[in-house]
Design a protein around this ligand. Structure first.
Ligand SMILES: [Zn+2]
Length: 72
């Protein structure tokens, strides 16, 4: 069995919120247990304005794993 893990799921340095062009200041690491293996982390980037909105969205679904500063 070969592992094909791609960590490079971050394609842009701007906020992941719809229509937002702000530079990312935070990264939200999340996992959907129905779709992903437990170790898998999807990444959403967020500006200061949308960090709370996006983390609430993921948190409400039980997907959010951690929020880290995004060094650009
Ligand atoms: Zn934003």
């Amino acid at each position: 069995m070969s592992e094909r893990e791609t960590e490079a799921e971050t394609v842009t340095e701007t906020c992941s919120a719809k229509g937002c062009q702000q530079p990312a200041r935070h990264q939200l690491l999340w996992n959907n247990p129905k779709l992903h293996t437990p170790e898998r982390r999807k990444v959403w980037l967020a500006c200061d304005e949308h960090r709370e909105h996006l983390s609430d969205f993921l948190g409400a679904r039980g997907f959010l794993r951690s929020v880290e500063p995004h060094a650009s």
